[in-house]
Write a protein that binds this ligand. Sequence first.
Ligand SMILES: O=C(O)CCC(=O)C(=O)O
Ligand SMILES: [Fe+2]
Length: 370
Amino acid sequence: MPGRLSDAYRNHPVHVHVHDKHLDFNSVQELPDSYAWAPLDEYPSGDSFSAESVPVIDLTDPNAMKLVGHACKTWGAFQVTNHGIDTSLLDDIEWAGRSLFSLPVQQKLKAARSPDGMSGYGLARISSFFSKLMWSEGFTIVGSPLEHARQLWPNDHSKFCDVVEEYEKEMKTLATRLMWLMLGSLGISKEDIKWAGPKGEFKGACAAVQLNSYPACPDPDRAMGLAAHTDSTLLTILYQNSTSGLQVLREGTGWVTVPPIPGALVINIGDLLHILSNGSYPSVLHRAMVNRTKHRLSIAYLYGPPNSVHISPLSKLVDPSHPPLYRPITWSEYLGTKAKHFNKALSSVRLCAPLNGFIDTNDNNSVEVG
Ligand SMILES: O=C(O)CCC(=O)C(=O)O
Ligand SMILES: [Fe+2]
């Protein structure tokens, strides 16, 4: 069993050969066949702007916990405002992402992610499950950004590093606060989760920062920025710039766009919270679409438990009529499972069929696994 997060892909290296497949997006006039996904869906993609979207929750609202609980149960995602993160820090992280992705391809490839590595520049990790390529590029940072930043900017990386480190610090605080809003809404208190520590600070929690870039695309209706997936996290905090593209799947409605709101952050429930809540808070299936004229940038803060912790359904949420649905698993072990089974990973750690007929999001989506 892998011990550290960075060991997660050692047994399941993901061979997406960035050197062979990398496209200089800006020089392309027509969508190459290798990027043409149409027809895209079995789910309707309604006029997403007029449709109801995920709840927007003001974290200073006295009812915030109740609102968060309702959003987790019904959507698996929500947006937060008054979250305590300065707009200037959001501007700074957007600047950091833009600086990185606007480098020449050959420069970015100096910090390429290795097949069994977690951090660095490359195509989306989930690319290996699809026969078509995604119209995006990404950069993953785990812990200190220094090593890769040095490869990208040998003499001039300190501002990038400072911004990323500040962002990691602030996101960690917000993630802790969100965890307790979510857990509190399930009736879980600090005494119920030993690994959260006596003050509930989740010391030793692990996280990664994922910078995503979606260049303007000549044929956006046939292209896919990031294919449908759930996150392998407890929760994800996503900052998106002013260009829309994120969609979440809502049962009965189809794909719903999560509109960018200046200064707001999107919160997604990940698979590990799905397990911890014994399926009460299902992880949300989401994807990113691309735009004909506008470049889109998103920054995901992927938050998970300390490496040594086995996540399993909380005992307070388990009783004879609600048996534990999932076996205990560490984050790195789950990432290995995801690298092997992708959207079937959650089902692969399930112990028994749910008594209430609840079906995993991951069971009823038919993704193209090629
Ligand atoms: O770009 C987005 O809106 C989604 C990004 C995402 O889902 C991810 O990084 O896991
Ligand atoms: Fe995601």
